[in-house]
Design a protein around this ligand. Structure first.
Ligand code: HEM
Length: 489
């Protein structure tokens, strides 16, 4: 195995930071767009509905892509430490994604494309208030993002297969079924984050195949509207792509927790047979849970509805029982150093757990009858994306900055950031849960009562959250400008 040394990893670090800085900057800008949408729903500002839906499309597509970019950069860097990777391929993936983001920006900002980031057929083509070119620009932009994603997933898959001896080694098969012989052989099991790379690569390629298939079909329909598509076929492919792509952001970013939290706790996070089996389950359930998006589609074969409910429930066990519980045990009675980095990594586990419970409630068929397409949906996914994935990313960024500069942030800065991001974030999230339980619909620029009243206090939470993010950004820049005392390997 060709393992890169710390000295020749400067180029790899540049790649990681290019992905991280692009992703986190996009995140920061789109948080302000999110705040503007919430303030509009509260009636504080007046935004034309066409513009609101365009901004909602930009916010959804952009935030998911931002988290994907951060996950890609960090995980690529971690795997590059296992087996030196071709940097040209990583740059190619990056350029494709940036070009895709530019396509989406063009379609949404001057073009006002507003069919939501899920571009569900036939929505982009029916009653469109935007020019036809904007639909094409959006679809081509998403296709470019997909191409970059395919390049990255293929490189990751090649990396894990070569590094650990094919699928058998990468899955930890012998570790699980021939444990004693495996230990005696002196072979090394893949580190926990490598399972994240494997699962993301496989499920990522499957979801990208579905996304490209439906994307090309939509482009054909855009060029020649007489070519009709089957809406149920399109919906299955679209949600297989969209749900999986968004879900994988968690499984990429959890690699940061596996890699950095033990260093703060001065302990090790080993790959155990239980951890390996948990990731096998994740591999299967992430790819099959998407059916819960189609509960309302009476023409969907019934058997698939059961698959959706069962897979959604089972998908919760590996993270909750193995990773989140494992993280809590790792920290319990350890000499954990509380810094910005460890605070974000640990708090992210809490957000993941709470958001996961919210998702499970919604994935329960009789409850989904009431909660479907209410604000309960943004409530649960913002919980594990904003207070989960984004915190893992911030934790990884601060781990790198703290290690590089040898400095940590003052208690006052940590409190300010904590009150802003966790406190303000909790108020913002609570608004969506309460409104969802009161049946306020999602994706409405002008909401029925009690939507606007709830949006008012939720917007105050969003403002406090954005202040916390600004404090955090200033602190990150301060650490980044400090002299380097240690090179993070
Ligand atoms: C400051 C933080 C944020 C604020 C204030 C915010 C605000 C909003 C608002 C108001 C909506 C529209 C909800 C509706 O009425 O249906 C929304 C939707 C959405 N947000 Fe956020 N958000 C934030 C962070 C995030 C993050 C971190 C992510 C992902 C990583 C994210 C992903 C999405 C997605 C995917 C949608 C759905 C768009 C759609 O329905 O097509 N948001 N957000």
């Amino acid at each position: 195995m060709t393992t890169a040394t710390a000295l020749d990893r400067a180029g790899s670090r540049t790649i990681m930071w290019a992905y991280l800085v692009t992703g986190i900057s996009l995140f920061g800008l789109l948080a302000l767009v999110g705040l503007a949408m919430r303030a509009e729903q509260a009636g504080w500002i007046n935004v034309d509905p066409g513009l609101f839906y365009a901004l909602m499309t930009l916010h959804g597509a952009g935030m998911i892509t931002a988290m994907v970019l951060c996950g890609m950069g960090g995980l690529w860097y971690l795997m590059d430490g296992e087996l030196a990777l071709d940097r040209g391929i990583a740059w190619a993936a990056y350029v494709l994604i940036v070009l895709g983001v530019i396509g989406v920006l063009l379609s949404v900002l001057p073009g006002h494309f507003g069919a939501a980031w899920t571009f569900l057929y036939p929505l982009p083509f029916v009653g469109a208030t935007w020019p036809n070119w904007a639909t094409g620009a959006f679809l081509i932009g998403v296709a470019l993002v997909m191409l970059g994603w395919i390049v990255w997933c293929t490189q990751m898959l090649g990396c894990v297969l070569r590094a650990y001896g094919g699928f058998r080694g990468a899955l930890g098969w012998d570790l699980v079924f021939h444990h004693r012989a495996f230990e005696q052989s002196g072979r090394r099991e893949p580190p926990p984050f490598a399972f994240g790379a494997l699962v993301t690569a496989i499920d990522g390629l499957l979801s990208a195949a579905a996304g490209m298939l439906v994307g090309v079909a939509l482009l054909v329909h855009w060029i020649d509207p007489s070519v009709a598509l089957d809406p149920l076929w399109a919906k299955n492919l679209t949600y297989f792509f969209g749900h999986t792509f968004a879900n994988l952001t968690i499984y990429m970013a959890i690699g940061f927790v596996y890699a950095a939290l033990p260093r703060y706790a001065n302990r090790e996070w080993h790959t155990s047979p239980v951890l390996a089996v948990a990731w096998w389950a994740t591999l299967l359930f992430v790819a099959t849970a998407y059916f819960h998006h189609l509960y309302m589609d009476f023409v969907q074969p019934h058997a698939l509805q059961y698959v959706g409910e069962v897979a959604s429930y089972l998908a919760a066990f590996p993270p909750a029982v193995v990773t989140i519980f494992g993280g809590a045990l790792l920290v319990y009675r350890s000499p954990l150093r509380w810094t910005m980095g460890s605070m974000f990594l640990y708090a992210g586990l809490v957000g993941w757990l709470i958001g996961g419970i919210g998702a499970l409630i919604d994935a329960t068929v009789p409850i989904n009858l009431s909660l479907h397409n209410t604000l309960w949906v943004p409530a649960h996914f913002h919980t594990y994306l904003l207070e989960g994935v984004a915190l893992f990313v911030l934790g990884w960024i601060f781990w790198n900055l703290e290690t590089r500069s040898g400095q940590v942030s003052s208690l006052a800065v940590r409190w300010l950031t904590g009150i802003g991001i966790f406190g303000g974030g909790a108020v913002l999230l609570l608004g969506w849960y309460v409104a969802g339980a009161a049946s306020v619909p999602r994706r409405y620029a002008a909401q029925p009562d009690p939507g606007p009243a709830i949006a008012s206090w939720a917007s105050i939470g969003a403002i406090v959250l954005c202040i916390g993010l600004i404090v955090c950004a200033i602190e990150a820049v301060r650490l980044a400008r400090a002299d380097e005392v240690e090179v993070a390997a």
